[in-house]
Design a protein around this ligand. Structure first.
Ligand SMILES: *Cc1c(COP(=O)(O)O)cnc(C)c1O
Length: 221
């Protein structure tokens, strides 16, 4: 952590994204910074909003429902992304609240989200979470199941924007990011939600369109 003040942390994170984008000949404007505010109270989030941040991520529907209506009343142009796993019985609440959902990982969620979108009339962008390291303990669709899941999502007319992954901890993330980028390309998807506090620069050099950064912006949870 380089600075104590949230505005300085935000500026530093943008500078790091810009430097990484430049090394890959990408435009920094092609990367959306999702500020992951899970576990942090509204009082810790307001300074980042005041510093100009507009896109936030939460990993629990109930926590987001408790925190964000108030913040959105104060600042109507906020966008909220769900970055955690989603239970089917929370699909309607999630569709009502979030502007993007980075957690589509199974066929039962395709039907739950399609129903929720019909009921609410809202169509948040969806990212299909891929279990890129084939880890037993992690969520996400197996690579082998991705074509069928995408076909089901498209058949249900869901707005699939791209792919999302959380690579295995403790080893070099680059090969996993490169693999996710290839899977997105092969499936005609433009969105790539990858990169967290420890590895977002690597993700940006490999094509991330959305980096999900918590600790580097808010400090430790
Ligand atoms: C918590 C979380 C993040 C942010 O992680 P940091 O290491 O704090 O930047 C990103 N993505 C997902 C899915 C998360 O659960």
């Amino acid at each position: 952590m380089t600075a104590d003040d949230p505005a300085a942390r935000l500026a530093e994170t943008h500078a790091r994204i810009a430097r990484a984008a430049a090394t890959a000949n990408r435009s920094a404007g092609a990367v959306t910074l999702v500020a992951v505010s899970k576990t942090h109270p509204v009082d810790a989030i307001r300074p980042l909003i005041a510093a100009g941040q507009r896109v936030f991520g939460e990993n629990r529907v109930q926590e987001a429902q408790a925190k964000w209506p108030e913040l959105r009343t104060e600042t109507p142009d906020l966008a909220l992304h769900l970055v955690g796993q989603l239970q089917s019985n929370k699909a309607e609440d999630a569709v009502a609240l979030f502007d993007a959902i980075h957690a589509l990982d199974r066929p039962s969620l395709v039907s739950a989200l399609a129903r929720a979108m019909d009921r609410t009339g809202r169509r948040p962008a969806l990212f299909v979470q891929v279990n890129i390291g084939a880890e037993a303990q992690k969520g996400g669709c197996a690579i082998a199941d991705l074509p069928a899941l995408l076909a089901a999502a498209r058949a249900a007319d869901l707005p699939v924007a791209g792919l999302m992954c959380v690579p295995p901890a403790g080893i070099e993330a680059a090969p996993y990011f490169a693999l996710l980028a290839k899977l997105a390309r092969d499936n005609g998807l433009a969105g790539l939600s990858m990169g967290m506090s420890g590895d977002f620069e690597t993700a940006v050099t490999l094509g991330a369109t959305h980096v999900r950064v918590g600790t580097a912006l808010f400090g430790a949870r």
